[in-house]
Design a protein around this ligand. Structure first.
Ligand code: PMP
Length: 283
């Protein structure tokens, strides 16, 4: 079965899906994106993804290409046409096509691309054993709260992780605190059993998985402290984990050369993962 993409109003074969050479996403990374998980053919927590998209667009002064409800119907149609039961749907909105000039063009319609693909859940072995992360300097810009397609520092950090045979890179700001992962939010469990994750601010993306997990954890009575933490604190923590749309709740058992806790996923992390999986299954 050939894949289908949605490009600016048309459903086209994925292999011949094209955008213009003067799309501002291509020339300036002047655009935003969202990735929503698909489970049993249905979108997972797409409402919060649309809310975050609205915020990203507003912060950059890019118009919605269509209403959020219409966009959700396009996402569902792309999922249906690609027969994705388990996977992701990707959407990207750029400021559109215009003669190259840094300042915003006038009267240019935003451009929209939506794709979907099958992706299995995180590998059972990784979930069971936990994963390694490495530390990298956070060299990104000052508005990481916007889900911009400008991802070069994230690409470099993830590549460094790949070369170190690690699952993820956790980024360290110039004050010596961990911000987040290259495509995930970073968490530790402190010695008192508090869940610690960086507070929402311009230095991190407000992860939808982070948001849902905060709600689920609070409902179960887990104390949460939203504050920055250092690599030293993380390495000494009994448990650590990361969250994202594609990883759900992933135990972290090694940071650089340091083993976390006893080197296996801890009970709090395992409980949180189960809570999140149950949430996803409820749909
Ligand atoms: N931080 C960054 C930098 C990311 O790219 C992502 C993935 N979009 C996340 C955190 C996790 O966000 P979410 O839970 O919405 O996937």
């Amino acid at each position: 079965m050939s894949r289908i993409a949605y490009v600016n109003g048309r459903y086209v074969p994925h292999r011949s899906a094209r955008v213009h050479v003067e799309d501002r996403g291509y020339q300036f990374a002047d655009g935003v994106y969202e990735v929503t998980a698909v489970v049993d053919g249905k979108l997972v927590d797409n409402g919060p993804h649309m809310e975050r998209l609205d915020r990203s667009l507003r912060e950059l002064g890019i118009a919605w290409p269509m209403t959020p409800a219409a966009l959700s119907r396009v996402q569902e149609e792309v999922i249906r046409r690609n027969r994705v039961r388990q996977g992701i749907v990707y959407l990207q909105i750029t400021r559109g096509v215009a003669r190259r000039d840094h300042a915003f063009p006038v009267r240019t319609a935003p451009a929209l691309v939506v794709t979907a693909r099958h992706a299995g859940p995180p590998k059972a072995a990784q979930v069971e054993k936990g994963v390694k992360v490495i530390l990298q300097p956070d060299i990104r810009w000052g508005r990481c709260d916007i889900k911009s397609v400008s991802l070069l520092p994230n690409v470099l950090a993830k590549q460094a992780a790949r070369e170190a045979e690690a699952f993820e890179a956790w980024l360290v700001d110039t004050s010596g605190f961990i911000t987040e992962g290259s495509s995930t939010n970073a968490w530790i469990v402190d010695k008192k059993g508090n869940l610690v994750t960086r507070h929402l601010e311009n230095a991190i993306l407000s992860g939808v998985t982070r948001r849902i997990l905060v709600e689920l954890a609070v409902a179960e009575g887990h104390p949460i402290i939203e504050r920055p933490f250092t690599p030293a604190e993380a390495k000494a923590a009994p448990e650590a984990f990361l969250t994202s749309t594609t990883s759900f709740v992933m135990p972290v058992v090694q940071i650089d050369a340091t083993r976390i806790g006893s080197g296996v996923p801890g009970p709090v992390t395992r409980r949180l993962r189960a809570l999140y999986e149950a949430h996803v299954q409820r749909g």
